[in-house]
Write a protein that binds this ligand. Structure first.
Ligand code: G3I
Length: 300
């Protein structure tokens, strides 16, 4: 293929980008996105603070705008994210006990029902573990206890039985304490029939990241019977940027259950990072990193 999306599609995969809807009116942004990618995810518009600003009052304007834009161009949409310790609306942050549980479950039902049939996958739970493999001491963990992740997946499955339901995290780019804790959770979920379909590897990394066990780590999750996805890829600038992008893409291509890759933005000028980590520069010119990814997609 000659674009990221068409090349990925040749092996049945997608290649997506995180999108801020405010930039869709910029021609360079919209044209690059439409020409090169075949999947999108909302960078912020489907998060809890955006979608439920007041209890039980949902606002889907930003997410709906992105879904329509993508559908009009034949692109797929990933859902990000139903439950996270960050970007919770103020009203939810102070809730305790059963009130927080009900708010979480009601939020999942409201959002996942609304987007049923429109998103192919959901990051049901985002970033619930620490580097050492312990649970992050978020309000969810402290108020609801260890079972909250399972409760969230069951609620998402009830609301949208056809979407692929993912656990998503960062710092999982090798076989390490954090990825192993998540691995153990997924193994437990699969053994007890908790509905989990996929694991998202955010992959926010440095240009000289040690990726010696990256592919083996993806493979061990796939061997549990879940799909794996690279969900938020970006690589800091430096001499190894292009090669590192290639390594990650090759790893996904080598794992049959790696269903696709999403980069966390279209252009360096709107990245959440300040170290030019994306595939297109501020003038929408293809970087060396772009060519490295394209070659890896076509070699696979
Ligand atoms: O919407 C408000 C706007 O009204 C206000 O004027 C402005 C002033 O600062 O802030 C705007 O909100 C910002 C929002 O992005 C939208 O631009 C928040 O301050 C800012 O914190 C928020 O940052 C996002 C961040 O998640 C929040 O944690 C980034 O754009 C987004 O790229 C980032 O994405 C996360 C993934 O969801 C999960 N994994 C890590 C990844 C990178 O941090």
């Amino acid at each position: 293929g000659t674009t990221l999306g068409t090349s990925a599609a040749e092996s049945g995969r997608y290649f997506g980008a995180a999108v801020s809807t405010q930039y869709l009116s910029e021609a360079g942004y919209a044209n690059t996105l439409a020409a090169e990618f075949n999947s999108v995810v909302a960078e912020n518009a489907m998060k809890w603070d955006a979608t439920e600003p007041n209890p039980g009052q949902f606002n889907f304007s930003g997410g709906d705008q992105l879904v329509s834009w993508a559908q009009a161009r034949g692109m797929k949409v990933r859902g990000h994210t139903l439950v996270w310790h960050a970007q919770q609306p103020g009203w939810a942050q102070g809730l305790t006990g059963q009130n927080l549980r009900n708010a979480m479950l009601n939020h999942i039902a409201g959002v996942a029902n609304h987007y049923e049939g429109k998103v192919f996958a959901w990051d049901v739970v985002n970033e619930a573990f620490e580097w050492d493999g312990s649970r992050r001491q978020s309000n969810l963990q402290q108020q609801l206890g260890n079972g909250w992740i399972e409760e969230a997946f069951r609620a998402a499955d009830a609301a949208d039985p056809n979407a692929r339901l993912c656990y998503n995290d960062y710092g999982t780019d090798s076989i390490n304490a954090k990825s192993t804790a998540i691995y153990n959770m997924v193994r437990d979920f699969k053994s007890r029939g908790v509905p989990i379909d996929c694991v998202g590897f955010q992959t926010h990394i440095a240009h000289n990241e040690n990726l010696s066990s990256y592919q083996a780590n993806l493979q061990r999750f796939a061997d549990l019977g879940v799909d794996v996805e690279i969900t938020e890829l970006d690589v800091g600038q430096g001499t190894g940027q292009a090669a590192t992008y290639g390594t990650v893409t090759n790893a996904c291509m080598a794992v049959a259950r790696c269903t696709g890759i999403t980069v966390w933005g279209v252009t360096d000028k709107y990245s959440w990072r300040d170290d030019n980590p994306l595939l297109f520069d501020g003038n929408y010119q293809k970087k060396q990193a772009y060519h490295s990814v394209l070659a890896a997609l076509n070699n696979g």
